[in-house]
Design a binder for this molecule. Structure first.
Ligand code: H2U
Ligand code: ZN
Length: 355
């Protein structure tokens, strides 16, 4: 060995609880900066209003409650379980032509027409419920609707991707407390799934295995970032989490979408979603805002065997129901950064499940 060269065995192991470090998100290929020494920093910044008001079971002024008029001319039916309608203010329109706009020949200024369909999914006729306060059977009805929608929209030749998501809470831009989510199906693959597709494909080619199957096996083995488990799903704070209480929900079986789940697995998904969202509400004893969504295989006509079904939960809260994390400064210009480690967030979530 060369003089002065440290041997691999003597190389100090990075202490992830003490020293600033960056962690790789293998799904996107991006890095997150973790600064565990910074958690004792005093906070004198913005304090948000906590959402405490108790909603009524029916709100005559709610545009999602059964029988009520919406902003357009439509009126909702007297639905009893779930209800899906075309978004009256859709961000994507089905008839848009995929024409290209380009300034010069350099490719520097370029636009493409983007066609799509946007829908709203009411999870329940009850204005005052949340996924966390519904029964497993009621959440299962929502999972069934998501599957129907994924198949209906995904089977259309002009739509390559179906994004199912929920914005919960005013802090995340939800316009209404009535339990609901959205679906945006688009003709091209949006940025995040495009990065995830490239990473999952590359990993499968290099290792002959699935990136998220391998990752889940590691997390189950170590156990320090797992939050909730059942026979078919697990919820973990991913090693590379950006948001303080970010969670990744993974199917144990390698499936590319919710449509490939067995009836038992659909129920297990409902169980994990209900338990996770109710756990979130107990962290700060207040309704916990988040954006969540499923990443399923693209619907562009290719099989995408590398794709592993998962859901991301991105909650903005940091240290109480009124103090949120901001993505500013270095995070906008450099990389995202967090102070509390994913391991301590996972421990906090696990302690909450026990109490
Ligand atoms: P959010 O709460 O996540 O914003 O979802 C509500 C959606 O409902 C929003 O996209 C639509 C908005 O465009 N909407 C209607 O389609 N009809 C209405 O009458 C009001 C709101
Ligand atoms: Zn309502």
């Amino acid at each position: 060995m060369l003089q002065g060269m440290p041997s691999i065995c003597n190389r100090p192991v990075l202490d992830l609880t003490e020293y600033p470090h960056r962690r790789l998100n293998p799904l996107t290929g991006e890095w997150v900066l973790v600064s565990p020494h910074r958690t004792r920093r005093p906070w004198q910044g913005q304090v948000e209003k906590a959402e405490t008001e108790k909603a009524p079971a029916y709100d005559p002024s709610c545009y999602l409650c059964p029988g009520n008029p919406r902003a357009g001319k439509e009126r909702n039916p007297l639905y009893e379980r779930t209800f899906v309608f075309e978004n009256d203010f859709a961000a994507l329109l089905p008839q848009t032509r995929r024409e290209v706009y380009a300034l010069g020949r350099s490719g520097l200024v370029r636009a493409e027409g983007e066609a799509g369909i946007c829908r709203v999914v009411c999870f329940s006729p009850r204005h005052d419920l949340t996924l966390g306060r519904m029964t497993d059977q009621e959440v299962l009805a929502v999972v069934d609707v998501w599957v129907e929608q994924y198949l209906d929209l995904g089977n259309r030749p002009q739509l390559s991707h179906v994004q199912i998501f929920e914005n919960r809470g005013a802090m995340m831009g939800a316009s209404n407390p009535h339990p609901h989510g959205q679906i945006w199906a688009s003709s091209s693959l949006p940025n995040e799934p495009a990065k995830e597709l490239a990473s999952q494909r590359e990993y499968a080619e290099k290792h002959g295995a699935c990136l998220l199957c391998d990752y889940l096996a590691l997390e189950i083995q170590v156990g320090e970032r797992t939050i909730l488990e059942n026979a078919d799903f697990a919820a973990v704070v991913p090693f590379w989490a950006v948001w303080p209480f970010e969670v990744l929900v993974l199917s144990r079986r390698h499936v590319g979408g919710m449509d490939q789940l067995s009836p038992e697995e659909r129920l297990a998904l409902a169980d994990i979603l209900r338990r996770l969202t109710s756990l979130y509400d107990r962290i700060f004893n207040a309704p916990f805002p988040y954006s969540m969504g499923f990443h399923q295989r693209p619907t562009d006509g290719c099989a995408h065997p590398c794709w592993h079904l998962h859901a991301h939960f991105y909650p903005p809260l940091l240290r109480s129901s009124t103090v949120r994390k901001f993505m500013v400064g270095f995070e906008m210009l450099g990389s995202p950064q967090r102070d509390i480690t994913p391991e301590s967030a996972a421990a906090r979530l696990r302690e909450t499940t026990e109490t």
